[in-house]
Design a protein around this ligand. Sequence first.
Ligand code: NAP
Length: 353
Amino acid sequence: MGTKTVRVGIVGASGYTGGELLRLLATHPRAEVTVATSREYAGQPISNVHFNLKGFLGGLKFSQLSIDQLIGKCDVVFTSTPSGVSKDLAPKLVEHGLRVIDLSPDFRLKDPKLYEYWYDFTHGAPDLLSKAVYGLPELHRADLSNARLVACPGCNATAALLSLIPAVESKLIDLDHIVVDVKVGSSEAGMKPTLGTHHPERANVMRPYEASGHRHVAEVEQELSMLSGRSVRVALVPHAVGAVRGALATSHVWLADSSTDEMTVWKAYAKRYGQEPFVRIVRGGRHPDPKYVTGSNFADVGMAVEQRIGRAALLAAIDNLMKGAAGQAVQCMNLVCGFDEREGLYAPPLRPV
Ligand SMILES: NC(=O)c1ccc[n+]([C@@H]2O[C@H](COP(=O)([O-])OP(=O)(O)OC[C@H]3O[C@@H](n4cnc5c(N)ncnc54)[C@H](OP(=O)(O)O)[C@@H]3O)[C@@H](O)[C@H]2O)c1
């Protein structure tokens, strides 16, 4: 696609990740948002829902979802819809030559049978699963530049994978015992309140949920298995905490060689992530904290090695709506379109928040 400006559509633009996509694309130098869909708010100005976007996007209004409109007005379409929507929509858009960047889980897993097990549906486009590129640039940058369909990772999965990739690649840890603990803020549950996610119910909680069998386990296992060339199983327990934004993964691992010290682990991370534009290594008396990546596409990664018991805690902090969703999706769009990966994204996090 060279370096021209791309016309962008967002399906599911009234939600939290859709709103964050609009915020990023409103000032992106190479993108123009031409379609933003919402069934509930069709016909209304964007700023009626996303109050922070008043004065941006040139009077764009939400529209009903129309495939013809997307095909006629867009080069790239983001789908920021609940699970089960894009699996039917994306094939039609890809068929018409559009690039699709899906934020939902519908194309993350390569094995169609896994959708029956983890997501309770039969996948209607299994051929596209093998063509979709898992949208974690730190793992699949080369493939993303040719992708027609990008399957962006879940927020918990992004944090878990970024905490673990260098340790797995460098064979520093026992792959049979990986335990990931994730703390995550309320915006990960989307904009529609439920009994568990409505703010008065969620504020001040420290609540484990889906403590066995969280769906993101499937994609973490898939990617770590591909990376290591063997089957990897992972235990992952997410915890709802009172913050609005942020996800922190603490991956408890056992060292393959119990004499491995923290400097060795740090060197592996520094080497692996040294050239990554959006991964920062935090050390020197501090650990990654989602508070200090808020509003940005950065992932802060760190480690703590306890040689006494041959164990390490590998840490990654992200903003779930940014590196965990919309920021990462725009990073993928930049790669798909041949733009500088940092375009429209390279800004420091907020402080204080
Ligand atoms: N929140 C996060 O931190 C996060 C992180 C990574 C990935 N994700 C994934 O991103 C996707 C969106 O999440 P979100 O948090 O932005 O959800 P959300 O706030 O609930 O927004 C969902 C959006 O999808 C639209 N929508 C719902 N059902 C639809 C349908 N059947 N057809 C077309 N549009 C439909 C909604 O608008 P209308 O109902 O008005 O059409 C709304 O704009 C989900 O798959 C989620 O798992 C979320």
